[in-house]
Design a protein around this ligand. Structure first.
Ligand SMILES: [Zn+2]
Length: 52
């Protein structure tokens, strides 16, 4: 099992657990590896669609 740093969006604390021990909710990866140029293009396309 990989030890990956995660962050709770409620208490803003970093943890290695998938569930925050304080808030008992799912934690998120603070540095999403999926961020890509493709994602930017999709956002621009969405903005463009809103203009029309
Ligand atoms: Zn928390």
């Amino acid at each position: 099992m990989k030890h990956k740093i995660r962050k709770c969006k409620i208490c803003q604390k970093y943890t290695l657990k998938e569930i925050c021990p304080i808030c008992k909710i799912e934690t998120n990866d603070p540095h999403p590896p999926k961020f890509s140029l493709e994602d930017k293009y999709i956002r621009y396309r969405v903005m463009d669609a809103h203009k029309k």
